[in-house]
Design a protein around this ligand. Structure first.
Ligand code: NDP
Ligand code: HSE
Length: 454
C-alpha cells in the first residue's frame, strides 16, 4: 500500500523545456462539446486574456473532439472540430486535455492516452472515476502529470479540493449530501407543486441537468458514483460505485411525499458516507456509503436545498461541521469548476509541479447496508380489529426494533398505521418489513422509507 498524497514536482517534459522564455501557449484539447463542453469552450475563448494573466501563459484551444463535427456551434471556429479524438489527445504539442464526453468508453481510453502522452487531464466524468479511478490515478502518477476532477461532484460547488487538500490534515467522520441536481429538482417540484415525475424529468433534461441517459440520475447511479468519489477522498479508502448501496427515486410516490409532510419531513435523495466508531473487537473502523431517498426533517439544512441545487455537509474531528452549497448541475456552473481545474493544472505545468494523487492508505472495509443503523418510516394498511396494534408491535419487538411513534387513522373497516422507529440495524428493519407483510391483519405495507438527519 502506498501513500501518495503529495507527489514531488514532475520532471519537466521536453516541450516545457523547449520554451524557456515562458511565452509558449499551453495547448488545450477539449473532448466533448455538449452541455458542459460548449460552455468550457466559450469561456476559454471569451476569457482568454484573464486566463492568460491568471496562468502566466496563454491557454490555446487547439481542437475539439465531438461525434457530429458539422453541427452548428455558434462562436466556435469550425476548423477546431474533429471526430478523431485519439489523434487529438496524442498530438505531441498538447499540454492539457479536458474530458467532457462522459461514460466509460471511449473516455477512459482517451484519458489514458492523454496521460501517457504527458498531458494533464481535467475531467467531469464521475461515472468513470467511480468505476476505475485507480487506473487513472496510477497513470497520472506514472507520467507525473495532473488528474483533476472538481466538476465530477456537485457541479459548481468546490468540494473535491476541500476534501483532497484543505481538510486533508483533519479526520473526516461523515459526508452527507444532496449531490444530484436532476432528482432534487424532481422531488422538490413534487413536494412544492405536486408536479408529476415524467414531466419534471423532461424539464430537467431540457435545462441540461440530466445525464445523457437519465436513468443514471433517477435510479441513483450518478449520486452513487459521486458518493464513491467523496468517500474515497474523505476516508483515504478506495470506494467504487459498486461498493455503494443504491436506491433511486422512481418508487417515490405522492403518498410518500404526503407521509413525509405529516411528520414534518421532506423527501430527498441523499448520499451518506460515514466512518464507523472504533469497534470493541479491534477489527478497525469501517466505512458505509449509501444513496437512497430519505425523509429528513424540514428544519434540517439539507431540507431547504431546492431545485437543481446541491449541498454537501462535512463533519470532521477538528473543523466540526461544514456545509457546501451551490448549483449542482447545468453547463455554465459545471464549466466554472472545469475552468478552475484547468487554471490550476496549467499553473502547475508552468511551475513544473503536480498536485495531489490518490490517497488510499487507510484501506478501510466498506460495510454492507445490513450493518448500517438507521430509522424507518412505515405506512401500513391494516384491518381495524382488536389486537392488530399488538400483533404489529410484536413483530417489531421480535426483531429488536424499537418503535418511536405510532399513529392510527381509521378508514372504515380498515385503518392506516404510521410507524416511525428508533435507530436499528438496517437488516433488522428490512426483516421487520418482510414479517409485517406476512401478517394476516396487515393488508399492505404502502410506504417504507428511511428517516435521516435527526
Ligand atoms: P452531453 O451529452 O451534453 O455532451 C457530450 C459531448 O461529447 C457531445 O459534444 C458529444 O458530441 C461528445 N461525444 C460523445 N461521444 C463522443 C465520442 N465517442 N467521441 C467524441 N465526442 C463524443 O454531456 P454533458 O456535457 O452533459 O456531460 C459531459 C460530462 O460532464 C459527463 O461526464 C457528465 O457526467 C459530466 N457532468 C455534467 C453535468 C451537467 O450538468 N450536464 C454536471 C457535472 C458533470 P456531439 O456534440 O457531436 O453529440
Ligand atoms: N446529471 C447530474 C445531476 C449532473 O443532475 O446532478 C451533475 O453531475
Amino acid at each position: 500500500m502506498t501513500v501518495t498524497d503529495v507527489r514531488p514536482p514532475a520532471e519537466p517534459r521536453s516541450r516545457q523545456a523547449s520554451s524557456p522564455d515562458g511565452s509558449r501557449p499551453l495547448k488545450v484539447a477539449l473532448l466533448g462539446c455538449g452541455t458542459v463542453g460548449s460552455e468550457v469552450a466559450r469561456l476559454l475563448v471569451e476569457q482568454a486574456d484573464d486566463l492568460r494573466a491568471r496562468v502566466g501563459r496563454p491557454l490555446e484551444l487547439v481542437g475539439i473532439a465531438v461525434r457530429r463535427p458539422n453541427r452548428e456551434r455558434p462562436g466556435l471556429d469550425p476548423a477546431l472540430f474533429t471526430t478523431d479524438a485519439h489523434a487529438l489527445v496524442t498530438r505531441p504539442d498538447v499540454d492539457l486535455v479536458v474530458e467532457v464526453i462522459g461514460g466509460l468508453e471511449p473516455a477512459r481510453a482517451l484519458i489514458l492516452a492523454a496521460l501517457a502522452n504527458g498531458a494533464s487531464v481535467v475531467t467531469a466524468n464521475k461515472a468513470l472515476l467511480a468505476a476505475d479511478g485507480a487506473t487513472l490515478y496510477a497513470a497520472a502518477e506514472e507520467h507525473a502529470v495532473d488528474l483533476y476532477f472538481e466538476a465530477a461532484v456537485a457541479g459548481a460547488i468546490p468540494i473535491i479540493r476541500p476534501l483532497r487538500e484543505s481538510l486533508v490534515g483533519d479526520e473526516i467522520t461523515a459526508v452527507t449530501g444532496i449531490v444530484n441536481g436532476t432528482t432534487n429538482f424532481i422531488l422538490d417540484k413534487m413536494d412544492t407543486e405536486g408536479a408529476g415525475f415524467a414531466e419534471t424529468l423532461a424539464l430537467a433534461q431540457e435545462l441540461g441537468y440530466a445525464e445523457a441517459d437519465p436513468t443514471a440520475d433517477v435510479e441513483g447511479f450518478d449520486a452513487a458514483a459521486k458518493a464513491a468519489i467523496l468517500a474515497s477522498l474523505a476516508f483515504h479508502t478506495r470506494v467504487t460505485g459498486a461498493d455503494v448501496y443504491r436506491e433511486g427515486i422512481t418508487d417515490v410516490s405522492a403518498s410518500d411525499i404526503a407521509s413525509a409532510r405529516e411528520i414534518g419531513c421532506v423527501v430527498k435523495l441523499v448520499a451518506l458516507c460515514q466512518l464507523s466508531e472504533e469497534p470493541e473487537d479491534g477489527s478497525g473502523r469501517s466505512v458505509s456509503v449509501r444513496v437512497h431517498p430519505a425523509m429528513i426533517p424540514r428544519t434540517h439544512p439539507l431540507a431547504a436545498v431546492g431545485g437543481a441545487y446541491n449541498a454537501v455537509f462535512v463533519e470532521s474531528r477538528s473543523a466540526g461541521r461544514l456545509m457546501f452549497y451551490g448549483p449542482g448541475a447545468g453547463g455554465s456552473p459545471t464549466a466554472s469548476a472545469v475552468l478552475g481545474d484547468l487554471v490550476t493544472v496549467a499553473r502547475n505545468r508552468v511551475r513544473g509541479a503536480v498536485g495531489p494523487g490518490e490517497s488510499s492508505y487507510a484501506a478501510r472495509r466498506v460495510s454492507p447496508i445490513g450493518e448500517v443503523t438507521t430509522r424507518y418510516h412505515l405506512s401500513l394498511e391494516v384491518a381495524d380489529v382488536a389486537g392488530v396494534l399488538a400483533s404489529v408491535a410484536q413483530v417489531f419487538a421480535e426483531h429488536d426494533v424499537s418503535i418511536q411513534t405510532v399513529r392510527q387513522n381509521g378508514r372504515g373497516a380498515d385503518a392506516q398505521l404510521v410507524v416511525v422507529t428508533h435507530r436499528a440495524r438496517d437488516a433488522a428493519l428490512s426483516a421487520t418489513v418482510e414479517a409485517l407483510r406476512d401478517l394476516a391483519s396487515v393488508r399492505d405495507v404502502t410506504s417504507v422509507m428511511r428517516v435521516e438527519g435527526e
